[in-house]
Design a protein around this ligand. Structure first.
Ligand code: HEC
Length: 150
């Protein structure tokens, strides 16, 4: 009986640690490229959504806003230690908690958009879209370099 507990413990321990170290198998360059690609996607999606606000096609708005939420949620996870570079300022790693807060505010503003989409309120949606957009410049101003450093 004891051995079963022991084996179960080992399996759980391995699967947990295997999950945690997953991102470390990627090289720094791969991580930087992944987050740049994610930001390009965020950029494209926000432009698409901006145009779709005039069409008031709520199915399309929902699809693209959900995709924006997934991209923003994933973006936050692409800053492990030792992935400094690209246009990301070192301040991100020095003030990780603050940077995470900026990301969380971004995601919660996208959530407000989703609420407005669900009740098909285009006027409020235009406002929540504008609120969401202010996150882009405020985060860039604090955490993004104008030029790529390496
Ligand atoms: C929480 C912070 C944060 C928010 C919010 C944010 N960005 Fe960024 N963005 C960054 C950082 C950091 C980089 C640089 C990433 C790197 O080079 O590693 C970046 C890079 C970019 C780039 C350049 C990508 C490239 O290929 O070099 C674009 C375009 C961009 N962001 C657009 C946007 C738009 C549009 C929004 C809002 C809809 C937005 N970002 C919201 C932090 C943010």
């Amino acid at each position: 009986m004891k051995i079963i507990f022991y084996i179960t413990f080992l399996i759980i321990a391995f699967s947990v640690s295997g999950h945690e170290v997953k991102i470390e198998y990627k090289t720094t360059e791969e991580i930087i490229n992944a987050r740049m690609k994610k930001m390009s996607l965020i950029n494209n999606l926000s432009q698409k959504i901006y145009k779709e606000l005039n069409l008031a096609d709520f199915d399309l708005l929902k699809k693209n806003t959900l995709e924006l939420k997934h991209a923003a949620t994933h973006f936050k996870k692409l800053f492990p230690i030792n992935s400094k570079g690209g246009r990301a300022k070192n301040l991100i790693w020095e003030k990780k908690i603050l940077f995470d807060e900026y990301n969380d505010n971004f995601v919660s503003d996208i959530d407000f958009m989703l609420i407005n989409i669900d009740v098909k309120d285009i006027i409020s949606l235009k406002e929540s879209f504008n609120d969401m957009s202010t996150n882009c410049s405020s985060c860039h101003k604090k955490f993004k370099n104008k030029k790529r450093l390496n």
